[in-house]
Design a protein around this ligand. Structure first.
Ligand SMILES: Nc1ncnc2c1ncn2[C@@H]1O[C@H](COP(=O)(O)OP(=O)(O)OP(=O)(O)O)[C@@H](O)[C@H]1O
Length: 708
């Protein structure tokens, strides 16, 4: 779609026409018939016209790559020469045609000239082969360097994005592709665009040079030029409508609100996604899903398809419209003109039949690939849009604005903890109507142990996310050591605290790196990594893994295999068995070979990462505040008990904030308990809140009851 975000207001019925196509709602910009025709041509060439600045930027960037500054011009020179050769060849064919015509009239032929033409033809053919060979030599390194350059550049642009910006990116069109990781194939868009652009440019050079040659050759023939121009125009514009969609406006969008179709797509994703398979099998869900899918599909009927399919199917009838019939006629226009002129002047044929056939052949769809022109252009449109997406990533700005003041002023002060104060803070997640936090105020003094408790969805995690500035409050102020959090440099703020999120993840890296990333400056220090693993309770199980700390649980690289599946035999009877390759991997890097760790072990790994930052690096970079969001959710009671013991012993005077809905282990040691439900409902120590007999006391008693 060519409309930019914000311009497309489908509710504006004066500008946009709404059509229902099966389950899809199509919104198209209204256009007059004349505009529609222009627009159909524009639609074909518009991607190039609109993208000129983007293309200039892209070529500049590519030329700035060291080796490409030579390879790209060389590639273009070879391409230009190769596309001029058909014109040279055509010139000789024209001369040859004249020779034959005069030979037929005079009944004699000059053999020297004949040999000269034959030799010229052979030289053209050899030169063309040589140029194609040169192109094949230049293309692989050129495309490789370009891909590598953009691969790195995209990764570097996406890496510093904060969470809101990244989520915005994910909601956008680009993210759909980006979701596949900053995939290598995605960055190939640049090379694909260059290749398609070159193909189109060369096709135009070929056509124009042939036009020039033909005009010269046909100059003296009465209707020669007219027929040359008519045939040329056919080649230039995508008049042919065979199998193509009906003309549509440049600005359009299609959406569906059909719940059955949406559900069907969801079920498709559920079946395809490796993440869900375990639960599908365990929950015996396959039959249910199949039945749901069939039910929904039957309800929708034949319209249960993606929009382009449905649109193509429906637009068959458009192919019978008057416009399309006129277009078809355009194809045979040169023949009609030729026939009419012959009928008009039967005695003095304005153009010989041989010349006419010659012109037709010069613009023959199969020899000039003009039938694929529109296909090339539509391919270019999609490639350009991928290229634009790629550049868009660089333009995305972080939503959490960096502060300017260093923090803390004195690094030693971190050892005594950091204070946090919320003043009338409210927060609404982007796209949500409801507040996750409403008018929250509290103060946690430096060095205090604070436990935030509350039921599911009460806003506990959100408090921690605001303290670490994953998001900024919608209203209100947060003070860190008495200073507005927004004024502090983000890097300093985050270095001064360590946070373990509830939705921690296991990175697709080795165990060592999974832990080491908690504190990158110390990641190379094996002793520190091991110590962090011990404190986080991960050391024992990591040691038992096949490669110990070098083990990868998920292999981040895919292997590629031939087309014959494992277990079959080749034509010569050799069994196809890829297991030796697996063994190589087994020795080097395990991943995806059946190694799985439990959820609790993944949590221990994440805790070890937090320890790496907060406790191991006492001297190098000390964190003054430790934030833990449900750190023991997947731990067994022993592990939970040990973890809290270790944490309390190691924390010294640092501020520690826990979020939990399990009250027992921690709350009794807390200096401050915040009972949250959208806002602070109760506040105090365990004894104070028990005495108060409010909601905290009620839930505590509820949890303690089975043990008393
Ligand atoms: N990324 C998000 N986008 C939109 N809404 C969110 C997001 N994260 C949380 N919410 C919503 O904000 C509210 C508070 O969520 P929060 O995660 O802070 O609760 P919690 O008390 O930590 O819950 P739990 O005990 O289940 O972890 C909930 O209604 C939740 O649905």
């Amino acid at each position: 779609m060519n409309a930019h975000a914000g311009e497309f207001d489908h509710k504006d019925t004066r500008r946009f026409k709404h059509t229902r196509i099966g389950i899809w709602d199509l919104y198209e910009e209204r256009q007059s018939l004349a505009r529609k025709r222009v627009s159909s041509i524009l639609q074909t060439y518009a991607p190039i016209i609109y993208s000129v600045p983007l293309l200039v930027r892209m070529f500049k960037d590519v030329l700035s790559i060291k080796r490409c500054s030579i390879l790209l011009p060389a590639f273009l020179v070879v391409e230009v020469l190769a596309s001029l050769i058909p014109a040279v060849s055509l010139w000789y064919s024209g001369q040859f045609l004249r020779l034959v015509e005069s030979a037929m009239e005079a009944r004699t032929v000059d053999t020297t000239v004949l040999v000269y033409f034959a030799a010229a033809h052979v030289i053209c053919a050899v030169a063309l082969r040589f140029l194609r060979y040169s192109r094949d030599c230049i293309t692989p390194p050129l495309s490789l360097y370009i891909k590598q350059f953009y691969d790195e550049r995209t990764l570097l642009s996406a890496a510093p994005l904060d969470l809101p910006a990244f989520q915005t990116l994910h909601r956008s069109h680009a993210a759909h592709e980006l979701g596949l990781g900053l995939a290598y194939w995605y960055t190939s868009a640049i090379w694909d665009t260059i290749e398609t652009l070159t193909d189109i440019a060369m096709m135009l050079i070929r056509l124009f040079s042939q036009l020039l040659v033909l005009s010269t050759v046909m100059w003296e023939q009465q209707d020669g030029l007219l027929l040359v121009v008519l045939s040329f125009l056919q080649s230039l514009f995508p008049w042919d409508s065979k199998g193509k969609e009906a003309v549509r406006s440049l600005v359009w969008a299609a959406t569906t609100t059909n719940r059955d179709f949406i559900c069907m797509q969801g079920l498709r994703g559920l079946i395809a996604g490796p993440l869900y398979r375990q639960e599908l099998v365990a929950g015996n869900l396959s039959e249910h899903i199949s039945a749901r899918f069939r039910e929904a599909s039957q309800r929708i009927g034949h319209d249960a398809v993606e929009f382009p399919e449905l649109r193509r199917f429906r637009s068959f009838k458009d192919c019978l419209s008057i416009t399309f019939i006129i277009q078809e006629t355009m194809y045979v226009l040169p023949q009609i003109v030729f026939a009419l002129r012959v009928v008009e002047n039967p005695m003095t044929t304005p153009l010989s039949l041989a010349s006419f056939i010659f012109i037709k052949q010069a613009f023959n769809p199969s020899s000039n690939t003009d039938s694929s022109t529109s296909k090339m252009l539509s391919t270019l449109a999609s490639r350009l849009s991928r290229t634009r997406d790629l550049y868009e990533i660089e333009n995305i700005r972080n939503e959490v604005v960096d502060g300017t003041e260093p923090f803390p002023e004195n690094q030693q002060s971190l050892a005594n903890g950091i204070s946090v104060e919320f003043r009338n803070v409210s927060f609404q997640y982007p796209g949500r109507d409801r507040c996750a936090l409403r008018n929250v105020s509290f103060k946690i003094e430096a060095g205090q142990l604070c436990v935030v408790v509350g039921v599911n969805g009460s806003g506990k995690s959100t408090i921690l996310k605001l303290i670490s500035r994953i998001y900024d409050p919608t209203v209100g102020t947060i003070l860190i050591d008495g200073r507005d959090i927004k004024t502090l440099k983000l890097a300093d703020l985050r270095a001064a605290m360590s946070i373990l999120f509830q939705d921690y993840s296991q990175f697709p890296l080795s165990m060592r790196e999974n832990i080491g990333l908690g504190n990158p400056p110390l990641a190379h220090d094996d002793d520190k990594v091991r110590e962090a693993a011990r404190l986080g309770g991960a050391e024992d199980f990591v040691d038992e893994l096949p490669e110990g700390f070098d083990t990868y649980l998920t292999r981040p690289v895919y292997d590629y295999y031939g087309d014959l599946p494992e277990g079959t035999t080749t034509l010569f009877g050799h069994p196809v068995d890829f297991s030796p390759l697996n063994l190589i991997n087994d020795a080097r890097i395990s991943g995806d070979l059946g190694i799985q760790i439990s959820r609790g072990q993944v949590q221990r790994l994440a805790i070890s990462r937090t320890f790496m930052r907060s406790l191991v690096s006492e001297t190098e970079s000390s964190a003054g505040m430790l934030l833990f969001d449900e750190p023991s959710a997947s731990l067994d009671p022993m592990a939970e008990h040990d973890l809290f013991e270790r944490l309390r012993k190691l924390r010294g005077n640092k501020t520690m904030i826990f979020s939990t809905h399990r009250f027992g282990n921690l709350t009794q040691h807390a200096d401050l308990i915040l009972y949250i439900d959208e806002t602070v409902q109760e506040e105090g120590t365990h004894d104070e809140l028990m005495k108060k007999g409010g909601e905290y006391a009620r839930i505590w008693n509820l949890q303690a009851k089975p043990f008393i």
